[in-house]
Design a protein around this ligand. Structure first.
Ligand code: 5GP
Length: 207
């Protein structure tokens, strides 16, 4: 019999760029046990404050496409003209060991993961409190040039239009409240019957 009490789940968190998703994910990692953050591969240029292997694995397009040919991705998508992908190794073995994994991806990647692992995903969409707030958060990213900023603002509206594909929607007005709400979802989802692997044995003893 497996000693693992629970199968891990994939907590998919999507939002328009600048809604505070990265900060939320970081807080979740700090505040919750047995949860890990999947580090994606991207062809986007590294921002000043980003660390290779922590925020992303930064690759050029040839390197990305090589990983793709080697079937290393669980999903991938073109977001704002750059490629982003979730590595299978960042996710699959972890959930099989009972560790939950947060994946910060867009709606295109979410659809692909849902197709592959329908019972393992919990999909949360984060909204900014207003477009004005989103503008101000994106504007503060010094590394974004003006053209990029405009592109991201228009993409934000497109991303938001996919909110109906998610199980839960959270408005990130108050950071700690948003984090606490996600924790509630996570702790409830961990209790789903089919995720409790040792339940049959326990029930056998009970009845
Ligand atoms: P950023 O460049 O601001 O870090 O991320 C831009 C967008 O790409 C965000 O919406 C983020 O969720 C998405 N993203 C980051 N990593 C991945 C990934 O591995 N796959 C997909 N499909 N989207 C990703």
């Amino acid at each position: 019999m497996s000693n693992i009490a629970n199968k891990g789940l994939l907590l998919i968190i999507s939002s328009p760029s600048g809604a505070g998703k990265t900060t939320i994910c970081k807080k979740l990692i700090d505040e919750v046990d047995e949860i890990d953050l999947s580090v994606s591969v991207t062809t986007r240029k590294k921002r000043k404050d980003e660390i290779e292997g922590k925020h992303y694995f930064f690759k050029n397009e040839d390197e990305f496409r090589l990983l793709l040919r080697k079937n290393q991705f669980l999903e991938y998508a073109n977001v704002f003209g750059c490629l982003y992908g979730t590595l299978k190794k960042e996710v699959v073995s972890k959930i099989n060991k009972g560790i939950d994994v947060i994946v910060d991806i867009d709606w295109q990647g979410t659809r692909q993961i849902v197709n592959q692992l329908p019972k393992d995903v919990v999909k949360i969409f984060i909204l900014p409190p207003s477009m004005k707030e989103l503008e101000s958060r994106l504007g503060k990213r010094a590394s974004e040039n003006k053209e990029n900023f405009k592109k991201r603002m228009s993409e934000a509206k497109k991303e938001i239009s996919h909110y109906t594909e998610y199980d839960f929607v959270i408005v990130n007005d108050d950071l700690q409240l948003a984090v606490d709400q996600i924790k509630l979802i996570l702790f409830s989802e961990r209790l789903r019957r089919y995720r409790q692997l040792n339940l049959n044995k326990m029930i056998e003893k009970l009845i």
